[in-house]
Design a protein around this ligand. Structure first.
Ligand SMILES: CC(C)(COP(=O)(O)OP(=O)(O)OC[C@H]1O[C@@H](n2cnc3c(N)ncnc32)[C@H](O)[C@@H]1OP(=O)(O)O)[C@@H](O)C(=O)NCCC(=O)NCCS
Length: 182
């Protein structure tokens, strides 16, 4: 089951995943460290949000805002002198929202060994009009088997996000109806 809006519903032609896939690369400097001397997680999160925002803007053809960021995972510390590559793509689209998947890779800036994965995240962006109201996005057209798997997994995350939000909202309403105050 999917709640992706079709081309007919949005009146927008679909766009292949590859059309907006993006990589943002950055060499880490001493300005970006935490108290342990490795790179601050917030610096990586900013790069993740930047790369995902570029992808969401490209896919939707206009402004898009971060609605949520989840499952941000840090697998390995990032060090000063690492060349970090943040790879992002649209995994899934709804009516006005897009899930962007991000992988973070790091390699030493002056060595030719392969980059290793140091993190990953999933973000939901909403495409918005100038006034900030959600607007329709083109349906994403996954092409490769990997894109199709990511699409299916994103649909599972979407279902869980909606169910969690609904369950919490209902709990709060129930507690308020019982007169319980925080
Ligand atoms: C994101 C935002 C535009 C949603 O507006 P809204 O009035 O709640 O609109 P809707 O309920 O129609 O949601 C729009 C879409 O976003 C999705 N969405 C909204 N909040 C979400 C959340 N927390 N997590 C996942 N998806 C979310 C909805 O499911 C919907 O998707 P769909 O159209 O594909 O079905 C609005 O909350 C906003 O502007 N937030 C601030 C964004 C921002 O400033 N980000 C930068 C932080 S500094």
């Amino acid at each position: 089951m999917t709640d992706q809006a079709t081309e007919a519903e949005t009146a927008l032609p679909g766009k292949p995943t590859a059309a907006s896939r993006t990589t943002l690369s950055h060499i880490m400097t001493a300005n970006e460290t935490n108290l342990l001397g490795t790179v601050h997680g917030g610096v990586i999160m900013k790069l993740v949000d930047d790369a995902a925002g570029a992808v969401a803007g490209r896919h939707s053809g206009g402004p898009a805002v971060t609605a949520s960021m989840d499952e941000m995972v840090f697998l390995e510390p990032v060090r000063v002198g690492d060349l970090v590559h943040v790879k992002a793509q649209v995994n899934w689209t709804g009516r006005s929202s897009m899930e962007v998947g991000v992988r973070v890779l790091a390699e030493r800036w002056n060595e030719s060994r392969p980059a290793t994965q140091v993190g990953s995240a999933y973000l939901v962006f909403a495409a918005v009009e100038e006034g900030g109201r959600p607007r329709a996005v083109p349906p994403v057209l996954p092409e490769t088997e990997r894109d199709k798997r990511r699409y299916q997994e994103a649909q599972i995350r979407r279902t869980h996000r909606l169910a969690r939000r609904r369950a919490i909202k209902e709990l709060r309403e129930r507690r308020a109806a019982e007169g319980l105050e925080d």
